[in-house]
Design a protein around this ligand. Structure first.
Ligand code: ATP
Ligand code: MG
Length: 349
């Protein structure tokens, strides 16, 4: 039977079982659908009408509303520090994301869904990911660690006996893992990542510049000038608009790159110390592999200028940014979905 298309081009043919990989991050939601690739890569934010719960916007459109809403709108980030804190909003966000698939009419009940989570979450937090999939009607769901999916997506062969170390600096958590023979050998997760840096910027601007700014502005300031480079040859600057702490009136300030660099040093020292602790727990043979290969970085934080030299100076290992730090996890789900539960068989493309 020929598939029929609706007016918006959506395929309304027979419902199909597919494999779906979900990287439900604190900042960004990425959804991979087998045969289609990454079909959604937008902020994990949803805006709903307060009274009715009707969805007003998701992703980029909803993120634009953060700090700009009124009493009739709830703007929700359904994850807090890597774990689901609002199940209903997470459910609706994923359903909206899956509607972006153009060519397949997905039957969630018979599909297989992989959801990624930070490596050090509690069993209750893991179970909440499973509950989330069940609330979507999915029967076949499994959970894998983000650091595992991310290392595969970064092009590392985690199925070999050659160990590797991956550090994922996301929005809510920094996840550090040493992997070998298809699984995590040692790992640690800390709640120091992008959102923490943004809060540091908000506090700094309030106390040093006397200006109150919202989260979106703080994040934009960070993206404009964040650096960890020791020597800033031609320092940049940026601006922030907000509200004067004293008068309450609109205020504009100029921010130097050095100021943001200095704010980032402490949290990144913290991240480096956690990397050192993971290295101390790493078995000797794997340590020798990591000396040869270096450390691989994933997540939005990996894009910060000078991060490689900063970490190398403190942990004395080579540091490489992966080619696709922000999509590596979603890309890695492709292989984990094929290779479910079988550590030693390398999947084929
Ligand atoms: N160019 C940049 N410079 C600095 N930070 C950036 C840049 N681009 C993105 N980020 C930050 O990266 C973070 C998002 O990264 P990512 O998408 O990996 O997080 P996530 O997967 O949603 O979160 P988590 O894995 O912690 O749940 C945000 O805090 C964002 O501000
Ligand atoms: Mg992430």
């Amino acid at each position: 039977m020929k598939n029929q298309k609706t007016d918006n081009g959506k395929n309304m043919g027979k419902r199909q079982a597919v494999r779906i990989g979900i990287d439900l991050g604190t900042s960004n939601l990425l959804v991979y659908v087998e045969g289609e690739g990454i079909i959604f890569n937008e902020p994990s934010v949803i805006a709903m009408e307060y009274e009715t719960g009707d969805i007003i916007a998701v992703g980029f459109n909803a993120a634009e509303m953060i700090g700009r809403g009124h009493h009739g709108i709830r703007i929700i980030s359904p994850l807090n520090q890597g774990v689901v804190s609002d199940m209903d909003a997470a459910n609706k966000l994923i359903i909206m994301a899956l509607q972006k698939v153009e060519n397949v009419n997905i039957d969630l009940e018979t599909s297989t869904v992989l959801i990624c989570c930070p490596s050090q979450v509690t069993q209750i937090e893991r179970d909440s990911m499973i509950d989330l999939a069940k609330s979507l009607g999915v029967k076949d769901v499994f959970i894998e660690e983000e650091v595992k999916a991310g290392s595969i997506g970064a092009g590392l062969d985690i199925y070999s006996s050659d160990g590797c170390m991956v550090v994922d600096i996301g929005g809510g958590t920094t996840d550090i893992g040493v992997l070998s023979l298809g699984d995590i050998v040692v790992s640690d997760t800390i709640r120091v990542a992008g959102n923490y840096f943004d809060n540091e910027i908000i506090n700094y601007l309030q106390y040093e510049h006397g200006i109150l700014v919202g989260k979106r502005t703080a994040e934009r300031v960070k993206k404009d000038v964040a650096t960890l480079r020791k020597n800033l040859e031609a320092p940049l600057s940026t601006y922030a608009n907000g509200r004067d702490v004293v008068s309450g009136l609109p205020k504009h300030v100029i921010i130097k790159q050095e100021e943001i660099r200095n704010l980032l040093i402490d949290p990144f020292e913290n991240i480096c110390n956690t990397i050192l602790k993971v290295l101390q727990r790493t078995p000797a043979e794997l340590s020798s592999d990591i000396i040869k290969k270096g450390i691989f970085l994933n997540g939005g934080g990996a894009t910060i200028d000078g991060i490689d030299e900063f970490i190398t100076d403190r942990v004395f290992l080579d540091v490489h940014r992966s080619k696709n730090p922000m999509t590596a996890i979603a890309e890695g789900t492709k292989i984990l979905l094929q290779n479910r539960g079988n550590y030693f068989v390398k999947p084929t493309d």
